[in-house]
Design a protein around this ligand. Structure first.
Ligand SMILES: C[S@@+](CC[C@H](N)C(=O)[O-])C[C@H]1O[C@@H](n2cnc3c(N)ncnc32)[C@H](O)[C@@H]1O
Length: 471
C-alpha cells in the first residue's frame, strides 16, 4: 500500500533512529578522549593511511554530542574523510573540502556506498584480466625489467623511486583495473592500488615525507606488488561491508576540491556542525601532505606539477599580505617571541594564521547561527616557542561572533602523525615534540559578524576583518 509523504518521512526518521541505536556504543563514553587502545580501522577508515588522520572515535563522539541525524556537517580540511564517514554512519549529510586532490579521492571513495556484491564480481574479473595481461606479456618474450608496450608513466625520478620490475607490475595492475573494472567502481580498486604504489616504492617505510631506502637495503628488496594489492583489496572489502551495512543510505556526502581561503559554492548558513582537524602549520615545516600524496598521484595520471604544487598551496605556503586590522593578542605575543630568535620564521608562522583566519571567515559564513564548531588542534613549537593554537583559535573565532564552549584535551597515543617532525627535510633531523592535542568546541552566536572591503572581487586573502561587540 502506498504511503503518504509525511508517512514516508516518519518511516525514514524511524529508520534513522534505529540506525543510530544500532550504531551506538552500548557502554558509557570514557572520561578521557585518548582512545589509546581503540580500533581506528573499522568501516572504511582503514582503506588508506593519511598524515595526521583524525581518530574516528573522536569524530563519532563529537557528532553525537553536538549533532543530530538529518543535520549537515562540514569538514573544511577533510583530508581522507574521517569525519565524513562518521557523519554518514550517524545519519548526517556532509560536505568535505580539501586542497589536496589525493585527499579528495580518498574521502570520496571512503564515503561511497559501493555494493559489496558488485565489488566481489569485479575482483573475479580483475583477477582474470590480470592473469591474461601477465600471460600476454610473457608471450611477447619480455624480460621482467622490460617495459614493452605497457604504459609506465614517465614522471620525474620514477627510476629513483621504483625498481624496474616494480614499475612493470604496477603498470600491469593499472592496465587491468582500467580494462576490467567499470568506471563507477574503479576508485575502490584505485585506493588499493595507491596503497600498493607506496608500499612497493623505494620510500622508507613509516615516514610521511619522501626519503629513499638505503642502497644496501634496496639491493635485496623484492616487493610483491600483486600480493600487496590483493591483500589490501580483501581487507578494504571487509571494511566496506561494515560501512555498507551501517551507514545511512539516505544521507548525501559531497567532497569539494577547493581552497578554504576562497568562497565555497555553498549557501550562507547551510551548515549545522563543523568537525575538523586543520593543519598544524604550513606543509613545508610540519606535515607534508603533498609529498605524502605525490607518488600515488603520479601513477594515477596527475602531472608532476599538480603533485608538487600541493604543499605550496596549503595554508601558510606562500607570502601574503597580513591582516592589519585584526590580530589575536595571543598570536601577536607569540610572534614577537619567535621573532626574537628568527624574524623570517615568525613571518612564516604569521602567514599560516592569516590564511587560517581567511578560512575561518568562510566557515563562519556557511554556518547557521547556533552551529557548533569542533576543531582538533595541536600546539606546536617553533624556535622553542610553544604556539597556543587552541587559544589563538578562540580569539580568531570570537571576532567572527563565535563563543567558546569547552576544550577537551587528549594525548596522542599512536603513530598517526609524526610526533617529532622533520622541518629540514633531512632524514633523522627532527623538530619539536607534540604529544597532546586539544578539541576546541565553539558555537556561532545569533549576533552578526561582518567582513569589510572584500578586496579584488571577493578574494578573501586580502580581506580585513573587524570585530564587533556582540549583543
Ligand atoms: C590534519 S589534515 C586533515 C586530516 C583528516 N581529519 C583525516 O582524518 O584524514 C589537514 C588537511 O588540510 C588540508 N588543507 C591545507 N590547506 C588547505 C586549504 N587552504 N583549503 C582546504 N584544505 C586545506 C590538507 O591538504 C590536509 O588534508
Amino acid at each position: 500500500m502506498g504511503q503518504t509523504r509525511s508517512g514516508m518521512q516518519g518511516t525514514r526518521r524511524l529508520l534513522k533512529h534505529q540506525l543510530m541505536l544500532a550504531y551506538e556504543v552500548p557502554t558509557a563514553e570514557p572520561e578521557e578522549w585518548d582512545y589509546a587502545t581503540a580500533n581506528t580501522k573499522t568501516h572504511t577508515h582503514g582503506y588508506h593511511t593519511y598524515p595526521a588522520m583524525m581518530i574516528p572515535q573522536v569524530a563519532r563522539r563529537l557528532i553525537r554530542l553536538y549533532g543530530e541525524p538529518g543535520q549537515t556537517l562540514l569538514d573544511p580540511f577533510c583530508g581522507s574523510g574521517t569525519s565524513l564517514v562518521e557523519a554518514r554512519l550517524a545519519g548526517l549529510h556532509a560536505y568535505g573540502v580539501d586542497i589536496n586532490p589525493f585527499a579528495i579521492f580518498l574521502a570520496r571513495t571512503k564515503t561511497t556506498l559501493y555494493n559489496p556484491e558488485r565489488i566481489r564480481l569485479c575482483m573475479r574479473q580483475l583477477e582474470a584480466g590480470l592473469n591474461s595481461t601477465l600471460v600476454a606479456k610473457q608471450s611477447e618474450g619480455a624480460q621482467p625489467h622490460q617495459k614493452t608496450n605497457l604504459e609506465v608513466p614517465q614522471f620525474f625520478n620514477i627510476d629513483y623511486w621504483f625498481l624496474p620490475q616494480v614499475q612493470i607490475q604496477l603498470a600491469v595492475l593499472r592496465k587491468a583495473i582500467h580494462t576490467t573494472v567499470p568506471p563507477e567502481l574503479r576508485d575502490f580498486f584505485w585506493v588499493a592500488f595507491a596503497h600498493t604504489v607506496r608500499e612497493c616504492s623505494n620510500v622508507r617505510k613509516g615516514e610521511y615525507k619522501l626519503f629513499r631506502m638505503l642502497q644496501e637495503s634496496l639491493e635485496s628488496y623484492q616487493p610483491d606488488v600483486v600480493g600487496t594489492f590483493w591483500t589490501k583489496v580483501v581487507s578494504n572489502l571487509q571494511g566496506l561491508v561494515e560501512f555498507y551495512e551501517q551507514a545511512d543510505p539516505t544521507t548525501r556526502v559531497e567532497v569539494l576540491h577547493a581552497d578554504m581561503r576562497q568562497r565555497l559554492p555553498l549557501e550562507d548558513a547551510c551548515i549545522d556542525l563543523v568537525v575538523t582537524s586543520p593543519p598544524y602549520g604550513d606543509s613545508q615545516t610540519t606535515v607534508a601532505y603533498g609529498q605524502f600524496s605525490r607518488l600515488a598521484l603520479q601513477w594515477m595520471g596527475f602531472s608532476d606539477d599538480d603533485a608538487k604544487r600541493i604543499d605550496r598551496e596549503a595554508l601558510g605556503g606562500r607570502p601574503r599580505p597580513s591582516h592589519t586590522s585584526y590580530r589575536s593578542a595571543t598570536l601577536s605575543a607569540t610572534l614577537k617571541m619567535i621573532a626574537e630568535h628568527d624574524v623570517r620564521r615568525a613571518r612564516q608562522v604569521q602567514q599560516f594564521y592569516d590564511d587560517f583566519t581567511d578560512c575561518f571567515g568562510e566557515i563562519a559564513r556557511v554556518c547557521r547561527p547556533g552551529a557548533y564548531g569542533c576543531f582538533v588542534v595541536g600546539n606546536r613549537t617553533v624556535k622553542q616557542v610553544r604556539i597556543p593554537t587552541d587559544q589563538i583559535l578562540r580569539e580568531i573565532a570570537e571576532c567572527f561572533g563565535w563563543h567558546h564552549q569547552v576544550t577537551y584535551h587528549r594525548r596522542i597515543p599512536n603513530k598517526r602523525m609524526p610526533l617529532r617532525n622533520s622541518p629540514s627535510n633531512i632524514p633523522g633531523v627532527v623538530g619539536d615534540t607534540m604529544t597532546e592535542e586539544h578539541i576546541v568546541v565553539l558555537r556561532k552566536s545569533g549576533g552578526r559578524s561582518r567582513s569589510f572591503r572584500s578586496a579584488s572581487n571577493g578574494d578573501s586573502r586580502l580581506r580585513h576583518i573587524f570585530c564587533e561587540e556582540l549583543p
